[in-house]
Design a protein around this ligand. Structure first.
Ligand SMILES: Cc1cc2nc3c(=O)[nH]c(=O)nc-3n(C[C@H](O)[C@H](O)[C@H](O)COP(=O)(O)OP(=O)(O)OC[C@H]3O[C@@H](n4cnc5c(N)ncnc54)[C@H](O)[C@@H]3O)c2cc1C
Length: 268
């Protein structure tokens, strides 16, 4: 059995600057098959590079043309970065490689509410979750974004969204610690800067004592002072974790540990 993940060659067909920090790209991907999981992501390898970076599939039009899906990804452009620099230029007409999609949003059957918290990198996933799952349970979103990237029409109209200031370092861990959670069992989903996510995992386990089946907290990026030396592919970690019967939480903790190992290796 091959363990090699599926890859797709995709054409970049459109680019739109949604805000100074957010660029929307549309990709035509022949043969693309969605997981159907609302926070699904793909690895993106841009021309001339071999490292991938991970981006949420914000939306999919499966019928762009026969056998080809048109997918939308929204890319945060920050100070410096491999994909940041490429997406800030003129990518339309270029070919990229994307890896097969994976997803981890999995509310338990007894979830009577959804609480979604994230920074700008999590905005695409939160918006897709609200669009696809919002009707299943009362849903609240807390989005920490720079003032110039607050997009009132980014979410479906009925969404309950609190916009938190996001111009400085992330304060999401503090925000969540002070947040009133709804009563009864629900599902807490969160993504953003990894150090904030590690703090929140501890808080959920120790203070809130949430069962691990009732939350999903993912480090989407690491705040380091230089370009990341080596992308750690979540795909193999995900597959190995699932095969070993680990929970989503344990798998994301393994991913954090692998990223930290990658950083430490590069610093030596
Ligand atoms: C499952 C998953 C889904 C994701 N979905 C999205 C998505 O939909 N949209 C999206 O934009 N990102 C998303 N990310 C995060 C994205 O993969 C990282 O931010 C990635 O590092 C960006 O690559 P880059 O080439 O721009 O910067 P890199 O070359 O990776 O990093 C260069 C420098 O930029 C810093 N940096 C990286 N990301 C950020 C940031 N967001 N803000 C400030 N500084 C940063 C790093 O610390 C480093 O110093 C997701 C990540 C995961 C794991």
């Amino acid at each position: 059995m091959s363990t090699r993940a599926e890859q797709y060659v995709a054409d970049v067909v459109a680019r739109e600057q949604l805000t100074p920090h957010l660029v929307r790209l549309e990709l035509d991907v022949p043969g693309f098959v969605s997981t159907g999981i609302a926070d699904e992501w793909v690895g993106l390898v841009v021309p001339g590079q071999y490292q991938s970076r991970y981006y949420t599939v914000r939306s999919i039009d499966p019928s762009a043309s026969s056998g080809t899906a048109r997918i939308v990804i929204d890319v945060v452009v920050h100070d410096t970065g491999l994909v940041t620099e490429w997406a800030s230029g003129d990518p339309v007409g270029r070919q990229v490689t994307i890896t097969e999609p994976k997803g981890s949003f999995l509310p338990p059957p007894d979830a009577g509410w959804l609480l979604l918290v994230g920074d700008l990198t999590a905005l695409p996933a939160m918006a897709r979750i609200v669009a696809e799952q919002g009707a299943s349970a009362p849903t609240r979103v807390c989005a920490e974004v720079p003032a110039d990237s607050r997009l009132d029409d980014y979410f479906v109209a009925a969404a309950d969204v609190s916009w938190l200031p996001g111009d400085g370092p992330s304060r999401l861990a503090e925000v969540v610690e002070e947040l009133a959670f709804p009563d009864g069992p629900g599902y807490f989903w969160m993504a953003g800067e990894s150090a904030q996510m590690r703090a929140i995992r501890k808080h959920l386990m120790r203070e809130r004592q949430l069962p691990s089946t009732h939350y999903d907290v993912m480090g989407y990026w690491r705040s380091v002072t230089r370009r990341q030396p080596r992308a750690v592919d979540p795909g193999p970690i995900w597959r190995a974790g699932k095969a070993a019967g680990k929970t989503d939480e344990e798998i994301w903790a393994d991913y954090d540990a692998a990223q930290q190992g990658s950083d430490q290796g590069a610093e030596q």
